[in-house]
Design a protein around this ligand. Structure first.
Ligand code: NAD
Length: 438
């Protein structure tokens, strides 16, 4: 199959490279010429495990190409995927579809009859109808529009794409279903379930999935608060409920609140859709509030652990990306945390294995360290914000000896109280009770 991928970001580049790896011929299009020049020179615009090797191998075989010229990318393509950004619109949080509609209008001028246009971007229910209307208006009326929301997670994007829990395809016409079935055929051989739905159901499925996961995270975070008040360990509670198959163990890790490029914007966009439809979504609304408040409260939590006043205190922060194995800083909990600590007069030394280049423009007045040891040296407190693997086996004793103070704030519950105590550190986890093992 010949495929064009419009938008070569986290989703477009990973999807394009994986489709090429399945044996399809893929052209990735992006209007960012820096990104395309870089990719043509073998330089990845993002950090994602395994991506560079996959891109280079498929580019070398001639199955994966990069261009800024939409017309070249779309020529001869049986399917054109749209994977441009759909950020939250300033002011109301509605999904900003400017990039999607811009891409569709450009596409309308060059697309051939019979091509299937597929939205991979996360778009509100009804966007497929609007795309169809624009295409018709621009004279490209013999084109089918399908929805194929993407569920990959940054940090595990290639594995997720190649071994998905499910593939959701929303289409109103048999030709579109046939083309998508053919594109994903290599995954059916691996028995990945494919779910064909109407287009609107597919669009909404993505928002419902992200909202549900966000609810799960906020739920365990509130249970963690309760654990702190009643002296129980949330790790035990999470395991106790997670072993129930009806609940499942994933997304039950208490922490500083969810961030990233998807959950915050998709939950708010879902609320906007619901409001427009005149339907209450109280659970999601509360989840958004709980999460916003939680992220905003993390600086105070660290200050409290340090006795309340952090003026002139030096704090070593480990992890800046919104989660491990990515350089993505969008809506990362580290942002309100560090900004809050700076406002309170603290001095920050931070280290992240890969996100430094994305973090530098965000933080003014902090020191970026080259490793965990340097960030923590002479610090009054050590704060773990992102649970990168390399922070899971720190030599706490040596770190403690290099520090000025004794406070360890573990916002990801990587360590436990006993371990920290043995190293001479005063441990503050999330939801670990005062006297429990945590
Ligand atoms: P991104 O910002 O990393 O990439 C988007 C790319 O689209 C950019 O490179 C931009 O230059 C390009 N672009 C914008 N307009 C264009 C146009 N008219 N022509 C060509 N290129 C254009 O975004 P992302 O994180 O890959 O997300 C893309 C979509 O996928 C969003 O809707 C997002 O919600 C969804 N999604 C993201 C993830 C994730 O983990 N990042 C997971 C699932 C779904």
């Amino acid at each position: 199959m010949r495929i064009a991928m419009i938008g070569t970001g986290y989703v477009g580049l990973v999807s394009g490279a994986c489709f090429a790896d399945f044996g399809h011929h893929v052209t990735c299009v992006d209007k960012d010429s820096g990104k395309i020049d870089g990719l043509n020179a073998g330089v990845m615009p993002i950090w994602e495990p395994g991506l560079e090797a996959l891109v280079k191998a498929n580019a070398a075989r001639g199955r994966l190409k990069f261009t800024t010229a939409l017309e070249d990318g779309v020529r001869g393509a049986e399917a054109v995927f749209i994977a441009v950004g759909t950020p939250a619109r300033r002011g109301d949080g509605h999904a900003d579809l400017t990039y999607v509609f811009e891409a569709v209008r450009e596409l309308a001028k060059v697309i051939a009859p019979g091509t299937v246009v597929v939205t991979k971007s996360t778009v509100p229910v009804g966007t497929g109808d609007e795309i169809e209307r624009i295409l018709r208006e621009e004279g490209a009326d013999q084109v089918a529009v399908a929805s194929n929301p993407e569920f990959l997670r940054e940090g595990a994007a290639i594995a997720d794409f190649k071994h998905p829990d499910r593939i959701v395809v929303g289409a109103e016409d048999e030709h579109a279903r046939e083309v998508l079935r053919e594109i994903y055929r290599p995954l059916f051989l691996n028995r990945a379930p494919i779910l064909f739905t109407a287009r609107r159901a597919a669009e909404l499925t993505k928002y419902a999935a992200n909202a549900f996961l966000a609810v799960k995270i906020s739920f365990i975070n509130e249970i963690a608060d309760l654990c702190e008040a009643v002296d129980a360990d949330v790790q035990d509670v999470a395991r106790g409920i997670g072993l129930d198959n009806r609940i499942g163990p994933k997304f039950l890790h208490a922490g500083p609140g969810y961030g990233g490029s998807c959950f915050p914007k998709d939950t708010v966009a879902l609320l906007q859709t619901a409001e427009k439809a005149g339907v209450a979504q109280r659970i999601v609304r509360t989840t958004v509030e709980v999460n916003d408040e939680r992220k905003a409260a993390m600086a105070e939590r660290v200050a409290r652990a340090m006795g309340g006043d952090v003026r002139g205190k030096r704090i070593g922060v480990l992890g800046l990306a919104f989660k491990p194995n990515t350089d993505d800083m969008r809506e990362a909990p580290s942002i309100p945390l560090i900004k809050g600590l700076l406002e309170r007069g603290a001095e920050i030394h931070a280290y992240d294995p890969v996100a430094r280049h994305q973090a530098e423009p965000i933080f003014e007045g902090i020191t970026f360290s080259d490793d965990a040891e340097a960030a923590v040296k002479d610090a009054d407190a050590l704060v773990i914000v992102t649970e990168w693997d390399e922070f899971r086996a720190l030599d706490l004793e040596t770190l403690a000896q290099s520090m000025r103070g004794r406070t360890l704030v573990d916002l990801r519950n990587v360590y436990d109280r006993e371990e920290a105590k043995r190293a001479g550190l005063d441990y503050h986890g999330v939801g670990r009770g005062r006297t429990s093992q945590g």
